[in-house]
Design a protein around this ligand. Structure first.
Ligand code: SF4
Ligand code: SF4
Length: 165
């Protein structure tokens, strides 16, 4: 695992993506053993994020991770591996984003405590919208929404790979 990815996991935990696509050759068994639910339609076979193999910002299924996981590098990692960005500077960004992510997820979890969790609704943005619908406005929710927006802005600025790149 690239050093930069250790403790991050933003591309696996529902902060950046809704789901991870699978290829027919991918080994599902380790993910099935963790209770992963796979969905197949005319577009793809995939599983919902957060991926259950992601623990503490690290992949516990690294050797058998799906093809998509093997091929994905976020923009920050691409810059580091191309020598365009110092890894120490990139680590500062990762640590700040991970800390923000942890606060947002903890804040959401507290507000969701008495609400049902539904399949297909665990992406960060969907969780924020659902809590807003369930709870209405409150200072606690305002803080979570504000930090979720900060996290989305950080992801867009530093991690998202733009199509033209
Ligand atoms: S978002 Fe980037 S740095 Fe973080 S785990 Fe994914 S590829 Fe690694
Ligand atoms: S298998 Fe590993 S790399 Fe792939 S989504 Fe899950 S935690 Fe991330």
């Amino acid at each position: 695992m690239p050093t930069l990815c250790v403790g991050c996991g933003l591309c696996c935990d529902g902060s950046m993506f809704h789901a991870t696509d699978l290829q027919p050759s991918d080994d599902r068994a380790p993910l099935e053993a963790l209770g992963t639910v796979f969905v197949t339609d005319i577009h793809s076979t995939r599983f919902e994020q957060p991926c259950p193999a992601q623990v503490g910002g690290c992949c516990t299924n690294y050797e058998k991770r799906p093809t998509m996981c093997r091929s994905y590098n976020c923009a920050l990692l691409v810059q580091v591996e191309a020598g365009e960005l110092d890894e120490v500077d990139a680590r500062v960004v990762v640590d700040a984003a991970a800390a923000l992510r942890d606060r947002v997820h903890a804040g959401l979890a507290a507000l969701e405590a008495d609400g049902p969790r539904m399949l297909g609704s665990q992406h960060l943005t969907q969780r924020v919208v659902r809590v807003q619908q369930q709870r209405g406005s409150s200072p606690e929710l305002s803080l979570v929404v504000d930090e979720a927006l900060q996290l989305q802005a950080m992801i867009a600025e530093h991690f998202t790979v733009n199509a033209e790149e």
